[in-house]
Design a protein around this ligand. Structure first.
Ligand code: ATP
Length: 305
């Protein structure tokens, strides 16, 4: 892909804190107009990497281009093209929603209409409310309003829906999907697999400072990772088989067993199953005795959740 089509290109990124290798050879590209979700366990290096992309942290090694510019040497023009929604802060708690959004809009050369932004994030009813009087979910919407009022080409969202109730989360997802439809490129860190699956064009799994897998939510881990598993009981024994053609297998079983198949279950690994397996594989690979750390089975049954 041509560099002009890329919002982010990172190659061989390294960052240490003392002896700790927080980022250890991370590669990532994000196409313009794409939503990429960065997933990974606590301490995997997601925040450090994203802060380097945002120009808030210096790297030790590697090449980084964000909107074609090295964030480490980028100026104000570049910063005006980026939107950042950090994990929530409570600065300016005495100002109202409307005052804050109008105030932030003045920092940008070509801002969105602040009142339209307040509408878009669903805060019209709260426009006159002081920020400290907002609920957690409303506060997060205000954070997003402040992140997008400058009409960013690229938006960084750090764990945007932590602490949301399910309804607020779905409303927030609609808001993000609307931004994507308007052409905004989005890099999202999240611990919610469902959020990544719902929003992201591609998912990057980070473990121990590297990207260990990157693909669409449907193809992450390779096709075989998402093969269906058919389970049944035959001659008193529990049987199971992985297959790309579960319908054919079930039909064959029904024929063989003369109708109803005892204990029949057809399950597909979820994105969460695939993610956990990728992380376990990576951690087993890093261990001194890999055989002692087998990856867990890819499949969990519907009943176990
Ligand atoms: P989380 O999901 O918990 O937010 P993360 O993937 O964002 O984690 P980072 O915050 O990037 O991970 O941290 C990566 C590693 O670097 C961790 O081991 C962390 O303890 C360490 N680390 C992060 N910031 C600093 C710092 N300022 N000084 C020293 N060590 C740090």
């Amino acid at each position: 892909m041509d560099d002009n089509d890329l919002a982010v290109r990172v190659t061989g990124l390294h960052k240490r804190y003392g002896e700790k290798r927080a980022v250890d050879g991370l590669d990532l590209t994000v196409a313009r107009g794409e939503i990429v979700a960065v997933l990974g366990p606590n301490g995997a290096g997601k925040t450090t990497s994203v802060e380097i992309l945002e120009g808030y942290r210096h790297r030790d090694a590697g090449d980084v281009r964000v909107l074609g510019v090295d964030p480490q040497t980028a100026g104000r023009d570049w910063r005006a093209r980026i939107g950042i929604v950090l994990q929530s802060t409570n600065d300016l708690a005495e100002a109202s929603v409307s005052e804050l959004v109008h105030h932030f809009a003045r920092y940008y050369p070509d801002p969105r209409d602040p009142d339209e932004v307040i509408d878009a994030v669903g805060l019209r009813e709260k426009a006159r409310t002081r920020s400290r009087q907002l609920s957690g979910g409303q506060r997060r919407r205000l954070d997003v309003a402040l992140g997008i009022v400058g009409r960013p080409e690229l938006l960084f969202l750090d764990e945007p829906t932590t602490g949301f109730d399910p309804e607020a989360r779905h409303a927030f997802w609609d808001l993000i999907a609307g931004l994507r439809d308007g052409g905004t490129t989005i890099v999202l860190t999240t611990h919610y697999l469902e959020e990544a699956e719902h929003l992201a064009d591609r998912v990057a799994v980070v473990s121990a400072g590297r990207v260990v897998a990157v693909d669409t939510p449907a193809d992450l881990g390779g096709r075989s990772a998402r093969r269906a598993v058919v389970r049944w009981v035959e001659a008193g024994a529990h049987r199971e088989e992985q297959t790309d053609a579960p319908t054919a297998l079930v039909a064959a079983l029904a024929g063989r067993l003369g109708g109803e198949v005892p204990g029949l279950q057809v399950v597909r690994p979820t994105l969460e199953d695939v993610y956990l397996s990728l992380i376990a594989d990576d951690q087993a690979g890093d261990a001194a005795t890999p055989a002692a750390h087998p990856a867990p089975a890819l499949v969990t049954t519907e009943a176990s959740r």
